[in-house]
Write a protein that binds this ligand. Structure first.
Ligand SMILES: O=C(O)CCC(=O)C(=O)O
Ligand SMILES: [Fe+2]
Length: 285
């Protein structure tokens, strides 16, 4: 019998000219794939302009480097509406459904900029945060959109192909490839892939990227989306985006109510409060 959490079979599904089935099978087989021109240059320009003005940079070091030469900002959905359409893009939705199954949600959103002088990150697995023994079904699916061209010299992401299916730790000297891609292209990888941001050895080139990570909806996200975005902001979002932030029915919801309704109407605690003994009496009849 099919498990409702199984990945969706996207074989033969084509959206806006992109063969989703092929993208998904590459992520499943090799652990990653690049989709060229995922976003048009005009779109990159307008999102970049909004990020530049609306999203303050957090002083937060990249994992595994000590240089302070990478800027980062998280919780992007609280800070700007400029990228909502990217999260709702039917191609992204179909790819994530294909890798994780239809019950998925946003794990973390990050804007980063790797500056000249940054060193290579330690190779790591983003899904290592959850202490789930390997091998395990895919539960994390990442997308990184290049805002600037990613080149070997400015620190294009290192990936270790096929390593998402390995159960062993890798040596930091293991062979990796670097994902060179043009602005607007996106690399997708399964959360178990060993990877690292590269060293930026250029004099003056920056490498800005927009990272969106999804996970299965029954795990706790890396950034607590239900708390990260103020409810007044979430209320104004499209229904699907609310779902993606974790306002989805799971288990008991809230007192048996759909979290989207609770968000709209508020939590109702003891609508007709009576002393507990009264309730018990009424049951005894
Ligand atoms: O800089 C990159 O390209 C990847 C960054 C990354 O993997 C991370 O910070 O987890
Ligand atoms: Fe990472």
């Amino acid at each position: 019998m099919r498990n409702p959490y199984d990945p969706i079979d996207q074989t033969g599904v084509v959206i806006d000219g992109l063969d989703i089935g092929n993208v998904v099978s590459q992520i499943q087989d090799k652990g990653f794939t690049v989709v060229e021109n995922f976003l048009a240059q005009e779109d990159i320009a307008s999102i970049r302009a909004a990020f530049n003005t609306e999203v303050p940079i957090t002083e937060m070091r990249a994992i595994g480097t000590e240089t302070g030469r990478t800027w980062r900002a998280h919780n992007l959905l609280a800070k700007t509406r400029a990228a909502d359409h990217v999260f709702l893009d039917p191609r992204l939705r179909a790819i994530v459904d294909g890798v994780l199954g239809k019950y998925n949600q946003i794990n973390i959103t990050t804007l980063f900029n790797t500056l000249p002088g940054e060193t290579r990150q330690l190779l790591h697995q983003d899904d290592g945060l959850w202490p789930i023994p390997r091998p395990h079904p895919a539960f994390l699916c990442n997308m990184l959109i290049a805002f600037d061209d990613f080149t070997k010299d400015n620190g294009a992401t290192h990936l270790v192909p096929y390593s998402h299916s390995w159960t062993r730790e890798v040596d930091q000297s293991v062979e990796s490839i670097q994902v060179e891609m043009k602005s607007g292209s996106a690399v997708f990888w399964e959360g178990g892939m060993w990877h690292a941001g590269g060293a930026n050895t250029t004099e003056s080139e920056e490498r800005m990227g927009f990272f969106i990570s999804h996970q299965v909806s029954y795990l706790r996200p890396q950034e607590i989306q239900l708390l990260a975005i103020p409810p007044e902001v979430v209320k104004e979002m499209p229904h699907k985006l609310k779902r993606l932030l974790g306002y989805h029915p799971f288990g008991i919801g809230v007192d048996g109510r759909d979290p989207v309704d609770v968000l709209e109407d508020g939590v109702v605690v003891n609508p007709e409060a009576r002393p507990a003994e009264d309730w018990r009496e009424s049951y005894r009849g």
